[in-house]
Design a protein around this ligand. Structure first.
Ligand code: APR
Length: 311
């Protein structure tokens, strides 16, 4: 059985373990600094396995030895956003947490693929690659699947069509300047723009951009965790099953879309090696300009990290 270690056993980490256990594709290790919490959640989940009929080992720990030999390390450790707080506000604090997590995990699982969720995730992915001295294809940020899923959900609510028929692609950084590509999105092959009136579609685009904030202001404490963790599990499954699945993820840019040396949300092909390929859409001028604007926001955050001396 493959092994997936999830660092940060809070809302997203433990919900990831839950979805993942149901798939029966990997043993799971949950790590957190809160004493007893990862152990308690792991044991509780382990005791659910006879009921759902899955033979999966789930271990909780406050240390890292149990993570040794992991195929995938998922990093959710950090502080979540509070109302009114931007993802960038989290930068300095979460940079220190992610740095320590990467150092602890890389030495015990030198071949692992890293999936980063801690925000601001484009920048945290960059930090992970640098601190861990990892090849770019083994570091993947989770955001695009989530942002696209939000858009798909809103389109389904608007049209009443099955979510399975709805394909949406949201690229760019995981922030308010993300780029929902309406021209490439469709309902069972029918372009979204032909199906939904322009003003309704624009409302969906705006709601998608602010999708994370909408949940934060409703929850009041903490940020979204069901959809983010479902997205992580889709990535884990694509990697472990070597599916060559094309999904939007934050990947290291090396000239694609005219961008380099940042992590950025683009369509990626995921398989056993991690990011196998970055797909380049044929974008029009307006789409390209929006993407460039989003890239600047990500670059600023990455530069800030450098100025702070974190990398
Ligand atoms: N090592 C391990 N775990 C840590 C560390 C650390 N150094 N520092 C904090 N944690 C743990 C916390 O104890 C907490 O249990 O990380 C967990 C984070 O869980 P939550 O606070 O429930 O936050 P969550 O909603 O899961 O979000 C986690 O994902 O979406 C992003 O912005 C979000 O960065 C945040 C991350």
């Amino acid at each position: 059985m493959a092994k997936v270690s999830i660092i940060g056993a809070g809302m997203t980490g433990s919900t990831t373990a839950h979805w993942l256990a149901e798939k029966e594709i990997a043993d799971i290790v949950l790590v957190d600094i809160v004493e007893g919490m990862p152990q308690g959640k792991a044991l509780d989940l382990q005791e659910a396995m006879p009921i759902i009929g899955k033979d999966v080992k789930i271990v909780g720990s406050n240390g890292y030895d149990e993570t040794a030999g992991s195929d995938i390390i998922v990093i959710t450790a950090g502080l979540p956003r509070k109302p009114g707080m931007s993802r960038e506000d989290l930068l300095a604090k979460n940079a220190d947490i992610v740095t320590s997590v990467v150092k602890e995990t890389v030495q015990r699982s030198p071949d692992a693929i890293f999936i980063i969720l801690t925000n601001p995730l484009d920048t945290m992915s960059y930090l992970t690659m640098k601190v861990g001295n990892l090849p770019p294809e083994r570091v993947i940020g989770q955001a695009g699947i989530l942002d696209s899923a939000r858009m798909r959900a809103f389109v389904a609510m608007e049209t009443g069509v099955s979510v399975e028929n709805i394909n949406c692609y949201v690229l760019g950084g995981h922030g308010d300047s993300m780029v929902p590509l309406t021209r490439h999105s469709n309902i069972a092959g029918v372009p979204l723009r032909d199906y939904i009136p322009a003003d309704r579609l624009e409302a969906i685009v705006q709601r998608t951009r602010k999708g994370g904030g909408e949940i934060v202001s409703l929850l009041k404490t903490g940020s979204a965790f069901y959809a983010p963790s479902a997205a992580i599990v889709q990535m884990v499954e694509a990697i472990l099953k070597d599916k060559h699945l094309i999904v939007p993820c934050a990947a290291y840019m090396q000239g694609e879309y005219g961008l380099s040396d940042i992590f950025f949300g683009v369509p990626t092909m995921l398989g056993r090696k991690g990011v196998e390929k970055i797909i380049e859409y044929d974008l029009d001028e307006e789409e390209m300009a929006a993407l460039k604007k989003s890239a600047e926001a990500v670059r600023k955050s990455t530069e800030l990290l450098k100025e702070m001396g974190k990398i």
